[in-house]
Write a protein that binds this ligand. Structure first.
Ligand SMILES: [Zn+2]
Ligand SMILES: [Zn+2]
Length: 232
């Protein structure tokens, strides 16, 4: 019988095919498993390389690992967890203020975020383009409402403060929206927020004549004045 040309037969090295499949830049897949709930658990690490202390530049010594669990975007019909075995380092200089430090890569996840950066991007795209609710997103990610909201909120605030999102908009769609099932809880507590909202959608067509259909903003209320206020 011929040898199966299976993945992950490499011993003592990383598997290029698994790395491509998972697609986390700078990290290698070292294990894949399914947890009790059927979710996909992918264990990753960075390649060992010499590390300099961020404060004094002295070559740091390896100081064990820290396991960080992250919620990733769903894949192949399942919620995904990334277990990142982060490298920890210690600066050998006794006078250095840093002491120990842990590897960090914002391309993978922002510091203290429970979601990977791409899970945050995925969630925001779901809201902007697919009319998803935070509740729908948290169901697909297999996590809590608060976990999703706390991770995407700083990104949404940064996007809201960036006027560049209105650049190139030549056709603006305005959509008044009334929630019929309004919970008494405020939005931050898992409620649906204001009863009446005015949405602004970028209806500009791209070079191929396709409607961009990006949600640009949602403002409370449903009068023309609310719309004008959002542009001043
Ligand atoms: Zn493989
Ligand atoms: Zn140092």
């Amino acid at each position: 019988m011929s040898e199966p040309t299976s993945c992950c037969r490499v011993r003592g090295g990383y598997c290029e095919r698994c790395d491509v499949l998972v697609g986390l830049e700078g990290l290698h897949v070292i294990g894949v498993d399914r947890d009790d709930g059927g979710w996909l658990v992918v264990e990753v690490e960075s390649e060992p390389t010499p590390m300099g202390c961020p404060a004094c530049g002295v070559v740091a010594h390896s100081h064990g690992r820290v396991l960080v669990r992250l919620v990733d975007a769903p894949a192949m019909g399942r919620p995904v967890r990334i277990f990142w075995r982060k490298r920890r380092w210690v600066c050998p200089d006794p006078g250095c203020p840093v002491g120990t430090f842990v590897e960090q890569d914002d391309r993978i996840a922002a510091p203290r975020s429970s979601l990977t950066t791409r899970a945050c991007r995925w969630a925001i795209e779901q809201i902007r383009r697919e009319h998803a609710s935070v509740n729908g997103i948290r169901r697909q990610l297999g996590t809590g409402w608060r976990t999703v909201w706390d991770s995407i909120r700083p990104l949404l605030q940064a996007m809201d403060a960036d006027p560049a999102r209105f650049e190139g908009v030549t056709i603006l769609g305005v959509d008044e929206h009334v929630w019929h099932h309004v919970s008494t809880k405020p939005f931050e507590a898992g409620g649906r927020g204001p009863k009446e909202l005015t949405g602004m959608v970028d209806l500009t067509r791209d070079a191929h004549g396709r409607n961009r259909a990006r949600l640009l903003d949602l403002v409370p209320g449903r009068s023309g004045q609310e719309l004008v206020k959002s542009f001043v």
